[in-house]
Design a protein around this ligand. Structure first.
Ligand SMILES: Cc1ncc(COP(=O)(O)O)c(C=O)c1O
Length: 410
């Protein structure tokens, strides 16, 4: 039987042509294509300013550092996410304060967030898990609560100007998602997309920071600062230095090196231009088809992807199997993989990872994340996945679940 991969990128002639054009243009690092991509992503996501970078990780870290977050500060993150969300907090010298997630869609639990706030809290980093936006209205209410504001202790000019805890969204999965009918990226102060190879919209590696800080912040000015910091703090980028007599530049601060090259932006341009018309509808149809195929199995706990408030970008089909243990889940995955279907697990909660266990985080404090993880299997979703392949995935999965259930009685 034909093998089914998990999430191969859509590399067709249009992508090859645009990348070739970038290569032939003579300009392969950050330049016109990256700047054009930023404009088109801002239009797609309705945010004032977008900066493309080498990864979402770099983008989240730049924003936290720009906010002045450092030693002594706390940043609230969900325990159920990819390590990048917490790693960037550690890079800044601050403490990730982990809280549990909601049992429904696995996004950060606002009540747990409220209970975790201290005068040291400088930011909350919700994660739009699998493309499902976090509960932004509740999170906004928390950071705007006069009691919470009154205990906020700013120690940078940016924090003072904001006057409250920042909402920096790990939107790695959620380009194109909506919350209360508005693009999800318009709900945080900053939202950071990932364009990694497996994401809905890819540039092979890459990311984008959507800047949406409230007045009197000038998001265009923040863009300029972050853009400079993404290139060593140079007063001119490579393109600006290229013109006649333009070689001279200054370094205004000890910046980083995480810009997006034009060769990669070329992939992103093709992907962005067909995202709303082709990619999103295709993924939504694939989610709906999985739902239909799985709904009659009483062992299948279907993921949320469209509710009255939230429309997911349909990045990950986070299926859970009712009533199974971790060992049973792993046995099901083994059997499904042996049958040629590539599935995955999103995510091993952060307290289970050595780097965080050794920092003192313990899984017993995050029962919802543990339960989500133990029973979770992500099914393949990608542009060229056919309905027949989806049938095959579900058949193979059902056979594996039944075989394991027979042995161990689910
Ligand atoms: C939830 C989440 N956050 C952050 C990232 C990091 O993205 P990048 O690889 O672009 O840095 C990922 C990537 O897989 C992710 O899944």
């Amino acid at each position: 039987m034909e093998k089914i991969p998990f999430a191969p990128p859509r590399i067709d002639q249009a992508v090859i042509d645009e990348v070739t054009a970038a290569l032939r243009s003579g300009w392969i690092t950050t330049g016109p294509r990256t700047k054009q991509l930023e404009k088109e992503i801002a239009t797609l996501t309705h945010v004032p300013s977008v900066l493309c970078l080498g990864s979402a990780t770099a983008g989240m870290e730049l924003v936290l550092r720009w906010l002045g977050i450092g030693p002594g500060d706390e940043v609230i993150v969900p325990a159920y996410t990819y390590c990048a969300t917490a790693n960037v907090v550690v890079h800044c010298g601050a403490k990730p304060v982990m809280v549990d997630v909601l049992p429904g869609d696995g996004t950060i639990d606002p009540e747990k967030v409220a209970a975790a706030i201290t005068p040291r809290t400088k930011a909350i980093m919700p994660v739009d898990l699998g493309g499902m936006p976090a509960n932004f209205r509740e999170l906004q209410e928390i950071v705007d609560d006069p009691k919470v504001r009154s205990q906020f202790q700013p120690h940078s000019p940016e924090q003072t100007q904001l006057g409250r805890i920042a909402l920096i969204v790990d939107a790695a999965h959620s380009i194109g998602a909506t919350y209360r009918r508005k693009p999800a990226a318009t709900w945080g102060d900053a939202s950071v997309f990932s364009f990694h190879a497996v994401k809905n919209l890819t540039t092979a590696e890459g990311g984008a920071v959507c800047l949406n800080f409230p007045p009197p912040f000038d998001n265009g000015e923040i863009y300029k600062t972050l853009n400079r910091q993404s290139l060593h703090g140079q007063s001119k980028d490579a393109l600006a230095k290229f013109g006649a007599n333009s070689w001279e530049y200054d370094v205004l601060e000890a910046g980083y090196k995480c810009n997006m090259p034009d060769v990669l932006a070329a992939i992103g341009l093709v992907e962005t231009r067909r995202y709303e018309e082709e990619t999103l509808p295709k993924r939504r149809a694939q989610f709906a088809r999985y739902h239909k195929m799985l709904q009659d199995f009483d062992w299948a706990e279907l993921p949320y992807y469209a509710t009255a408030e939230k429309q997911s970008s349909c990045h990950l089909y986070l299926l859970r199997i009712r009533g199974i243990t971790l060992e049973q889940r792993n046995a099901i995955i083994e059997q499904v993989m042996e049958a040629g279907v590539s599935v995955n697990v999103h995510y091993k909660p952060l307290p289970m990872l050595s780097a965080y266990r050794e920092r003192g985080y313990a899984m017993r404090d995050y029962p919802v994340s543990l339960d989500f993880y133990q029973r979770e299997i992500s099914l393949p979703v990608f542009y060229d996945l056919t309905p027949a392949q989806q049938e095959q995935v579900v058949q193979i999965l059902a056979t594996a679940v039944n075989a394991i259930a027979d042995k161990v009685k689910i």
